[in-house]
Write a protein that binds this ligand. Structure first.
Ligand code: AVJ
Ligand code: FE
Length: 423
């Protein structure tokens, strides 16, 4: 008998097709020339993403679990393994993903078809103990592909913004905003004993486990994200020229990189513009500030007399609320202005930097083998972001979801919400 939580083979096959189709849909606006670009070490070529997500299914499902499976190409495991050390193949250096004209885009789509074919067969034929494992891994593989769908958009934005023509990914996107943001208000939250982490209902990554108790002092969370208009005041106050405002590591990056504003902001004839997936647009003060590093989010919060929420504070507030907001499903691909009400924009729009280091929860154990490298080995020197963005799929998120980035990184759709103590 199937339990409610366990999809049937047919449901899984359908889900697989849906998720795979969305990756291809996201690539439709691309020109062939766009597919191979890598404009930063962390921004991979679209062609690589398309191949890597297929490799993930090939390596973790088809090779170990589908009898008679023939790999599409004997070297693709080397080219499209991202970072898994516990494999025979090793991997091509991340920084050089953009230097490979072959396989061609057409060949990468053929690879994709080959893997899809194998996966359909696996979903029909696999059984017994193998099927248990396969089901688990298919869910990881689908969630993995959804992560790369967000990265596809994030990286395409980076590649197009690098180009002085500032080309649009799609010129038909709605990036409109009201003249003024809703006033900044705060919601008081009681705190006390609470639990953090995945509840066990539905899929979660290993880094959301184990669920564990934690204590929270009473706190306040802003009812919306910090806006471009507010961040402009920070800039106008001379923030980027004032070392007193910044953490030491932040100031070093600011000096070295010459940062003067968030990523994708530029001044044209004295007026601020912002590069978006719809191309370059005048900066709109009511929209959330996006593409900030942790360094900028943390400094802004302190400058504003506030602080970043901890991930426990964020999750405690979010777990009691519906997962509603602006996701990739809307097709806007740019954050929108907040609406009036409590804790607007909690999900979607922009990932929210928290003040929490990305660390294992008490008792966390990564799985054995290469699959255990998925999240666990990154639990050092990164910070947690919560809530998803306008580039995240709605059904990829849950209250316990933990994203993570290095504190200087700002190419993802990352913004901030202020927090404060109750006095
Ligand atoms: C959670 C976005 C930091 O980009 O490495 C993709 C997502 N994990 N493939 C990353 C991920 C494995 C991950 N981030
Ligand atoms: Fe990956």
């Amino acid at each position: 008998m199937q339990t409610a939580a366990e999809p049937t083979r047919q449901q899984l096959a359908q889900r697989y097709l849906q998720v795979r189709a969305f990756s291809e849909q996201l690539c439709e606006p691309l020109a062939i020339e766009d597919y191979g670009l890598q404009t930063a070490v962390e921004a991979s070529p679209p062609k690589w993403h398309i191949a890597h997500v297929s490799w993930f299914f090939e390596n973790f499902l088809l090779r170990p679990l589908l009898p008679g499976y023939q790999v599409f190409h004997s070297r693709f495991d080397h080219l499209f393994n991202s970072y898994y050390e516990q494999t025979e193949s090793g991997f091509w250096p991340r920084a050089k993903r953009g230097l490979l004209s072959r396989p061609t885009v057409a060949e990468v789509y053929d690879y994709r078809k080959h893997v899809d074919h194998g996966m359909q067969r696996l979903i029909q034929e696999c059984d017994g103990e193998d099927w248990r494992l396969a089901q688990e891994r298919i869910l990881i593989g689908l969630n993995h592909e959804q992560q790369h769908q967000e990265l596809l958009l994030t990286d395409i934005k980076h590649h197009l913004a690098f180009n002085p023509l500032r080309p649009a990914y799609r010129s038909d996107l709605d990036t409109s905003a009201p003249e003024q943001a809703v006033p900044l208000t705060f919601t008081a939250i009681e705190g006390g004993m609470t639990e953090l982490g995945a509840t066990g209902a539905g899929f979660a990554y290993d880094n959301e486990h184990p669920r564990h108790p934690t204590w929270l002092a009473p706190y306040r969370l802003a009812d919306r994200l910090v806006t471009n208009g507010e961040y402009l005041e920070f800039i106008a106050d001379g923030a980027y020229a004032n070392p007193a405002i910044w953490l030491s590591d932040a100031w070093a990056v600011i000096r070295q990189q010459g940062w003067q504003a968030p990523l994708y902001w530029e001044q044209i004839d004295g007026s601020w513009h912002e590069m978006t997936l719809a191309g370059l647009i005048p900066l709109q003060p009511a929209l959330p500030v996006c593409h900030l590093s942790y360094f900028e989010a943390e400094a802004y919060a302190r400058w504003a007399g506030k602080r970043l929420p901890s991930e426990a504070e964020w999750e405690h507030a979010a777990a009691q609320r519906p997962i509603e907001g602006l996701f990739v499903d809307s097709g806007r691909l740019h954050p929108r202005a907040a609406s009036v009400g409590e804790l607007s924009q909690l999900y979607g729009d922009c990932w929210e930097w928290t003040g929490s280091a990305y660390l294992p929860y008490p008792g966390y154990r990564p799985a054995a083998g290469a699959i255990g490298e998925y999240n666990g080995k990154f639990m050092c020197n990164q910070m947690v972001l919560r809530g998803g963005s306008c580039a995240t799929s709605r059904d990829h998120l849950r209250p316990s979801y933990r994203n993570f980035c290095y504190p200087h990184e700002r190419w993802q759709f990352s913004g901030l919400r202020l927090a404060d103590a109750i006095d």
